[in-house]
Design a protein around this ligand. Structure first.
Ligand SMILES: Cc1ncc(COP(=O)(O)O)c(C=O)c1O
Length: 436
């Protein structure tokens, strides 16, 4: 019998009482590959890619594209999946671009982001032939034009715009909009100045604008509001300069469910409402519907992976708390120490038992703050048990470090009961490879 009693829809429990992901027994995987181990459900990721691309075609026909935001989890296999699904890719560094190049990702479908692209990264993007560079500041615009001229090229760009929407508080706080390191502000006139500058440069082609209002957003209203503001800016530029921009990239940010407290709106509601708003606004402003891009990251991979650890010790401190220490920690998952991110924790080999204990799951780093979750319900655990932290697909491995010279974990993907390694476990040799 397969049942699920966890918040995450992605996992189940098999007849042995073990936690499964994508039909694979996580306890068996932990034994076979060792821990810590990250396990991704390939079929679920592909299903998410398809759901987004289908929704874009339903709403915009072929006048739109889904770009996977690689920062959520970048590796060659993810690039290959997105390539094969006909998607685009958002990269934000030379390293992410290099990964895409190595995976034969079609460069015309790549958007290169970043608030401080280095000279080397700008050259790399030009040489690779990325479709769009998302320009963040005037200095970058000047440098890009120079470099493109030196190569005899005309580079397609989007301008990163701050639409002035604070989505995290679900409030449209107008004063907060200037205080972001990303992009050009609308209300200071900086964005219009950037558009005029871009139009004046001979080796730059201004295709459109981009915004990204935040991440893990549950409410649809800020997205709808941002879409209207952005289209309004396109209309203003048309009026002021005669240039009708053709592309609008609305970024990512759709929330996922990590715990019961998270109540994300179904992404289709977001997609349909934004599309309806854009159509109305385009008609009102008298401009053509632009080519629409979206950049989901977390919502493609976040819920479709888990991290497996082995419990090393259980320390009861009477009247204080119980620490369950595992063989990973902030090195492979820095999200708790960074912003107290909530996760669901399950004892994978006792997944069918009730979670009767309240514990703190601690990592093995030499840092008191190295915790994966505090005061979390879990089954009664002991040394040797396998712990699963759910929904670790986004911003975990991609934010991982080698603190304390701990190697990064192995990453595998499961599909229909089969599994394969997509990122090898780091070795101590890897750790000292660049030491002189
Ligand atoms: C420009 C841009 N696009 C897309 C994303 C992806 O956001 P999410 O993973 O929340 O969908 C981010 C995240 O920071 C971003 O900065």
């Amino acid at each position: 019998m397969v049942i699920s009693m966890y918040v995450s829809d992605s996992v189940s429990i098999n007849e042995f009482g073990h936690l499964t992901l994508g039909g694979s027994d996580t306890v068996v995987l932990a034994k076979k590959y060792g821990t810590p181990l990250m396990v991704f459900d390939r079929d679920a990721i592909v299903a998410n890619c398809r759901a987004f691309t289908e929704s874009v075609s339903e709403n915009y026909g072929d006048n739109g594209r889904v770009l996977y935001a690689g920062k959520a989890f970048s590796c060659k296999e993810m690039c290959r999946i997105c390539r094969d699904e006909g998607m685009g890719l958002d990269v934000v560094s030379g390293g992410e671009l290099y990964t895409a190049i190595q995976a034969d990702f079609p460069m015309d479908r790549v958007c290169f982001h970043g608030n401080n692209k280095t000279q080397q990264e700008i050259s790399m993007a030009l040489e690779a032939g990325v479709g769009r560079i998302v320009v963040d500041n005037l200095e970058e615009l000047v440098q890009l034009n120079k470099k493109a001229a030196a190569m005899g090229r005309k580079q397609g760009i989007l301008l990163r715009i701050k639409p002035g929407i604070d989505a995290h508080t679900h409030d449209f706080i107008r004063t907060g909009q200037i205080d972001s390191k990303f992009g050009f502000a609308l209300e200071t006139g900086e964005a219009e100045q950037a558009a005029r500058a871009a139009l004046s440069y001979g080796n730059i082609e201004l295709f459109g604008i981009h915004c990204h209002i935040g991440s893990q957003i549950f409410d649809v209203d800020p997205f709808v509001h941002a879409a209207r503001v952005m289209l309004g800016f396109m209309a203003k530029i048309k009026l002021d300069t005669g240039c009708e921009m053709r592309e609008l990239n609305l970024g990512g940010g759709f929330g996922i469910k990590y715990t019961e407290a998270d109540k994300p709106e179904n992404f289709r509601v977001y997609m349909n409402r934004v599309a309806a708003e854009l159509k109305n606004a385009a008609a009102e402003y008298g401009i053509k519907m632009p080519f629409i891009m979206i950049e989901p990251g977390r919502s493609i991979v976040g819920a479709e992976a888990l991290t497996l650890y082995t419990v090393g010790s259980v320390k009861h401190i009477p009247d204080v708390r119980t620490y369950v220490s595992v063989d990973g920690g902030m090195g492979d998952n820095p999200r708790y120490i960074l912003y107290q991110a909530k996760y669901e924790v399950v004892c994978a080999n006792k997944a069918d038992q009730p979670r009767t204990e309240i514990v703190t799951v601690a990592g093995k780093c030499c840092e008191s703050g190295d915790l994966i979750q505090e005061h979390t319900p879990i089954q009664k655990v002991e040394a040797g048990d396998i712990l699963a932290v759910l929904s670790t697909g986004a911003y975990n491995y991609s934010m991982a470090s080698n603190y304390n010279r701990i190697p990064r974990p192995e990453v595998i993907m499961v599909s229909a009961g089969e599994e394969k390694t997509i990122i090898k476990r780091e070795t101590y040799e890897n750790i000292v490879a660049n030491d002189i």
